[in-house]
Design a binder for this molecule. Structure first.
Ligand SMILES: [Zn+2]
Length: 487
């Protein structure tokens, strides 16, 4: 389905839709305080969630739009929501920029042990998985505990079987174990396919112990065999049963790949007062997985960048703040690529990019990456951030999945690292709903984001340019949580 607007002049039907949406809109919420004035780390103050704009916006997106897989009807609703909310919050130059996105759909799915004793497993297809034949695949399961072991699979061992990757992930504040484990989603199926496996099950890449399966992309160019994630307790059961004897599982997936569709990056600005040609980007991604409502990933990031931008409408900065809500981060990264292409000629006027895509946790650390002297300038913000409980790290920022190409083009990156201890409990699951949001943490994160954006939007701050990656470096975007952090 085509989004309602893909250029600056809404079509008639889009105008009607927007008018309808506007008629249903609630009155604007009260504006949060603009300045961060605390002089020391204050004890936690009870927060009224209804006054936390980042929270109420995220809830609105979750409730009124819901899941929004790239190219789906929900994706088009999300574009309309973002245009409406940006205008309501007082942003200007609000428009949609067309992005062609690949389209994958989940369909019905089921998985059960058929031997030694029948029971259902909680399973969900990984994004881009091929479907099973009608009636599913029933086969014996063999377990492997690492990708190295997967690389040693032989046709004798794996041919015609279901290969089960059982690699646990540990919770950490910086979420780094995700980067260690997540290659199982793309490389694991490729290795199994090479050894002639019929299908793949992966232990969910998640840190919870609930019966929920975590989806995520296996990559469009990964294996063509059906691949599903099973919940952590189901993975542990399967492991125990396999130690006792042979286990047969039936897996049925009705996934579908459709022709490319039109989606959009949604862009809005608060124009600078003195140095408006220079641009600070605050980004998050508009699409989400389909199992929940994408409240934590990345509804929270959308709420944060919009709430921080809203404070600029009351007190604009010297430079222009540009909010970019990127399309299709989860299924392809098409939105990040399209933005860089569409804005190629003004990239030298992009002075910093901040991407929020790490959930609903408090910000505990800030990092910068720019030219020589960027860190020294950045340290000047130390006290304003310390007042919010945020430390400045001397380690370089990585940028995010959507802004990684900006960084590669030399645009300085600022990372605000959020506490991710609980993030991977619900990430990419049916439990990624508004009830998983933490309004008090979102309030703190909004303030930290505002501090960082106001710093970069001053007309006397020069963070220089990020040097090109050394020859031989992969050049791939590395977000705060690792190379595939946000996916
Ligand atoms: Zn994300």
């Amino acid at each position: 389905m085509r989004p309602p607007t893909v250029d600056r002049r809404p079509s008639t039907s889009a105008a009607l839709l927007l008018a309808l949406l506007a008629a249903c809109a609630r009155p604007p919420p009260p504006r949060p305080p603009v300045a961060v004035a605390a002089s020391s780390v204050a004890p936690p103050v009870p927060v009224d969630p209804e006054r936390v704009l980042a929270f109420t916006l995220t809830r609105s997106l979750s409730d009124e739009v819901g899941p929004r897989l790239a190219g789906s009807p929900g994706d088009a609703r999300a574009v309309a929501w973002a245009l409406r909310e940006m205008r309501r919050l007082g942003l200007t130059n609000v428009h949609a920029e067309p992005v062609t996105v690949p389209v994958w759909e989940r369909g019905a799915e089921s998985c059960e042990i058929v031997e030694p004793a029948a029971r259902r497993l909680v399973a969900t297809a990984l994004g881009w998985s091929a479907p099973t034949p009608p009636g599913g695949i029933t086969a014996e399961v063999i377990e492997v505990s690492s990708l190295e072991e997967g690389a040693r699979l032989t046709r004798e061992a794996a041919g015609g079987k279901i290969v089960f990757y059982n690699i646990p992930m540990a919770p950490r504040r910086d979420g780094t174990d995700y980067g260690r484990v997540v290659p199982v989603r793309s490389r694991g199926p490729l290795l199994a396919e090479k050894a002639g496996a019929a299908a793949v099950l992966v232990r969910s890449v998640g840190t919870d112990h609930a019966r929920r399966a975590h989806t995520g992309s296996m990559g469009r160019d990964s294996a063509r065999i059906p691949t599903a994630a099973i919940s952590v307790p189901d993975a542990e059961s399967l492991h125990r049963l396999l130690r006792a004897g042979p286990v047969r599982v039936r897996l049925s997936l009705e996934t579908r790949t459709r022709p490319d569709a039109e989606s959009a990056n949604v862009v809005g600005e608060v124009r600078g007062t003195r140095d408006a040609a220079r641009i600070v980007v605050a980004g998050a991604h508009l699409d989400s997985w389909d199992l929940g409502t994408g409240s934590v990933d990345d509804g929270a990031g959308i709420g944060l960048v919009l709430a921080a931008a809203h404070t600029f409408t009351g007190t604009p900065a010297p430079r222009t703040l540009r909010v970019v809500l990127f399309a299709a981060e989860e299924n392809s990264g098409a939105g990040g690529k399209a933005y860089v292409k569409a804005h190629e000629r003004e990239l030298d006027r992009h002075v910093a990019a901040v991407e929020m895509d790490a959930g609903t946790g408090r910000v505990y650390e800030a990092r910068v990456r720019g030219g020589a002297g960027a860190l020294a300038r950045f340290v000047g913000m130390k006290d304003a951030l310390a007042a919010l409980g945020v430390e400045v790290s001397t380690d370089p920022a990585g940028g995010g999945a959507d802004t990684g190409l900006l960084r590669a083009a030399g645009v300085p990156a600022i990372d605000l690292r959020q506490d991710a201890t609980l993030y991977f409990d619900v990430h990419h699951t049916a439990d990624d709903v508004p009830e998983a949001l933490d309004p008090a943490a979102l309030d703190q994160a909004t303030r930290a984001l505002e501090v960082a954006l106001r710093f970069a939007a001053r007309d006397d701050v020069d963070l220089g340019r990020v040097p090109a990656d050394p020859p031989g470096a992969s050049g791939s975007p590395r977000g705060p949580l690792g190379s595939l952090a946000a996916r």
